[in-house]
Design a protein around this ligand. Structure first.
Ligand code: NA7
Length: 493
C-alpha cells in the first residue's frame, strides 16, 4: 500500500482494554488522529472505571477538579474545587458522548486472554463471551485499583448484618441511625467516615495504622464562578496549567524523592500541626498519631476527618480486631462493638493490572511469569517481548497526590509516536529491548527504595518485596521521558 497524504501507509486495528479514564482517552486520541478501526472492550455495562465502581458516600477526588480533567475537555461545571465521584463519572460519560465513542465500545466484554501471533504479527484478544478480536495494537487501559482486597479477618463470614467492600457499596442497606463499622483508613475509609459521621447512631472506625492527614480547603463553586468559567476558559486553564498548581506538584514530588528536602519537612510540619491543633482529646490524638513519616503511605487530603472523629457518636478503635462475630466486632483488648453494617474499606490488589487475563507475547513470554516477582514495564508503558502492546497507567508509573489523567495523556503522547512508526510502515512490531528494560528496572528499584514510599510503612505502593512500585524520580523527569521515545532502546522490525 502506498502512503496516503498523512504519511500513513498502514491502517492499524486497535483493541483498547477498559473504558475508564485511560481507555476513553485512548479512544478520543485515536479519533482525533483519524483512526476508525478500533474497539474498546469493557468488562462492565457502563463506562467510568473506578468512578463507576466506587459509589460510596463521601467519594471525592483529592486532585483539584479542574486538574482532574482531560486537557482537551475542560469542564466549567464542576461543583467545587474538589469534585465528587458521581459528577466525575458523569463527566467521563459526557466525553464519551461528545466524541461519539459509544459505538466503539463493546460492553460486558471482559478480556480473558491476549495472545500474540508471531507469524501474523497481531494479537488475538479473547473475551469471556467467547469472541476474539484480532488487533495490530493492544492498549491496556485496565486500571490499577479495581480488584477489591478482602481482609483476612477471622469470622468475617459469620457477620449477620450487611457487610460489603467500599467499592461494592450496597445502597439498599440503610445507614441513617444505625450502628456502622468501617475497617480501613486509607483515603476511602477516611472519606466514608467523614461523610457518615453525622448520620449513624454509632460509627466505629477500625484503624490498623493511623494516617497523616493533610488539611485542605474544600469550597463549592458558585453559579457565578461557573458562568465565568464557561465564558472564559482561560480561567480554567489558569487553575490547571497555572503556576500555583504546578509548583505544588513539583514541590510535592521533590519531597517524595528527596526525603530530607525542605519540601518534605514542610509537609511533615503541616500534617503534624494539623494533628496537634485539630484533636482536642490527648488520648484520641495519640491514637491518631502515625509512627512513620508523612507521605510514606499515600497522603490523605481531608477537610473534615478530624472534626468527624470528634463527634460523640464516632469512635476510633486502634486496639486491633480479634474477630468478627455474628452481631459485631470483638477487639483484642476485649471491647465488643455491636454493629448493623460493616464496611470493608480495605483497599485493592494493586499489582494485578490487566490480570487475571492471560497475556502471552513473543518467544513464549507469559506476563504472569514475567511479572512473577513484580509487575514491571519500561517507563511504565511497554514490556520486552510484548510487541505493539502498550499500557496506560501501567506498573511503576508516577503515583502520589496528582492527576492520573495528566500522566495518561503524557504516556499516550509517547506511545502515539511509536504507533506513528507502525502507521508509516517503518516497522511492523515494536517492543523495548530486554537489556534496556533490565538496566532501567535496576535503576528504578535502587531509586525507589530511597523515596519516602520506601521509608518504612505498609502501603499499596509497595510490591511483594516491599519495594515501592512507583516512578522514583521527579515529575519533570517523567515529563521529559514521555517527550519522545528513543528508538535505539527499541526492538523495531
Ligand atoms: P488503601 O489506601 O490501600 O487502604 C486500605 C486500608 O485498609 C488501610 O487502612 C489498611 O490498613 C486497612 N486494612 C487492609 N486490610 C486490613 C485488615 N485485614 N485489617 C484491618 N485493616 C486492614 O485503600 P483505599 O481504598 O483507602 O485507597 C486506595 C486508593 O484509592 C487511594 O490511595 C487513592 O489513590 C484512591 P494498613 O494501613 O494496611 O494497616
Amino acid at each position: 500500500m502506498s502512503a496516503d497524504a498523512s504519511g500513513k501507509n498502514r491502517q492499524l486495528k486497535y483493541v483498547i482494554i477498559g473504558a475508564g479514564m485511560a481507555g476513553i482517552l485512548a479512544g478520543v486520541e485515536l479519533r482525533k488522529k483519524g483512526e476508525t478501526d478500533f474497539v474498546i472492550l469493557e468488562k462492565a455495562g457502563e463506562v467510568g472505571g473506578t468512578w463507576r465502581e466506587n459509589r460510596y458516600p463521601g467519594l471525592t477526588c483529592d486532585v483539584p477538579a479542574h486538574a482532574y480533567t482531560y486537557s482537551f475537555a475542560p469542564n466549567p461545571d464542576w461543583s467545587g474545587f474538589y469534585a465528587g465521584g458521581a459528577e466525575i463519572n458523569d463527566y467521563f460519560k459526557s466525553v464519551v458522548d461528545s466524541y461519539q465513542l459509544n459505538d466503539a465500545i463493546r460492553f460486558n466484554s471482559e478480556v480473558t486472554a491476549c495472545d500474540y501471533d508471531e507469524a501474523a504479527k497481531n494479537w488475538r484478544v479473547a473475551t469471556a463471551d467467547g469472541r476474539v478480536e484480532l488487533a495490530d495494537v493492544v492498549i491496556a487501559a485496565s486500571g490499577v485499583l479495581h480488584h477489591p482486597k478482602m481482609p483476612d479477618i477471622a469470622g468475617l463470614e459469620t457477620f449477620e448484618g450487611a457487610a460489603f467492600h467500599s467499592a461494592r457499596w450496597d445502597h439498599s442497606v440503610p445507614i441513617d441511625g444505625r450502628r456502622v463499622g468501617v475497617i480501613g483508613n486509607g483515603s476511602t475509609g477516611v472519606q466514608i467516615v467523614t461523610a457518615l459521621s453525622d448520620r449513624c447512631e454509632k460509627l466505629v472506625h477500625f484503624q490498623r495504622s493511623p494516617q497523616w492527614i493533610m488539611p485542605v480547603q474544600f469550597f463549592p463553586y458558585t453559579e457565578e464562578e461557573r458562568r465565568a468559567f464557561r465564558n472564559d476558559p482561560a480561567l480554567i486553564d489558569a487553575i490547571r496549567f497555572g503556576e500555583e498548581y504546578w509548583s505544588g506538584i513539583k514541590r510535592f514530588n521533590t519531597a517524595l524523592v528527596d526525603t530530607s528536602s525542605p519540601e518534605m519537612l514542610e509537609i511533615e510540619s503541616l500534617v503534624l500541626r494539623n494533628l496537634e491543633d485539630s484533636i482536642a482529646d490527648p488520648v484520641l490524638r495519640e491514637k491518631l498519631r502515625p509512627n512513620y513519616r508523612a507521605a510514606c503511605k499515600r497522603l490523605i487530603y481531608s477537610w473534615g476527618y478530624y472534626q468527624a472523629v470528634q463527634r460523640p457518636s464516632v469512635f476510633v478503635d486502634t486496639s486491633g480486631i480479634a474477630e468478627v462475630q455474628p452481631n459485631g466486632v470483638l477487639m483484642q483488648d476485649g471491647t465488643f462493638h455491636e454493629l448493623d453494617v460493616l464496611v470493608l474499606a480495605t483497599g485493592f490488589r494493586a499489582d494485578q493490572f490487566i490480570r487475571p487475563a492471560r497475556v502471552r507475547g513473543r518467544n513464549g513470554a507469559d506476563l504472569d511469569a514475567v511479572w512473577a516477582k513484580r509487575p514491571k514495564a519500561y517507563l511504565a508503558v511497554t514490556i520486552p517481548e510484548f510487541p505493539n502492546f502498550f499500557m496506560l497507567n501501567g506498573p511503576t508509573g508516577p503515583v502520589g497526590n496528582f492527576s492520573l489523567i495528566d500522566i495518561a495523556e503524557r504516556q499516550w503522547a509517547y506511545i502515539d509516536q511509536l504507533l506513528d512508526g507502525l502507521r508509516a510502515g517503518r516497522f511492523a512490531e515494536v517492543s523495548v529491548k530486554p537489556e534496556v528494560m533490565d538496566a532501567y528496572e535496576d535503576r528504578r528499584i535502587a531509586a525507589a527504595k530511597t523515596t519516602i514510599f520506601g521509608s518504612g510503612c505498609s502501603s499499596w505502593y509497595l510490591d511483594a518485596e516491599g519495594v515501592p512500585a512507583t516512578w522514583p524520580w521527579s515529575y519533570e523527569a517523567f515529563a521529559e521521558a514521555m517527550h519522545a521515545p528513543n528508538l535505539v532502546e527499541y526492538d523495531a522490525r
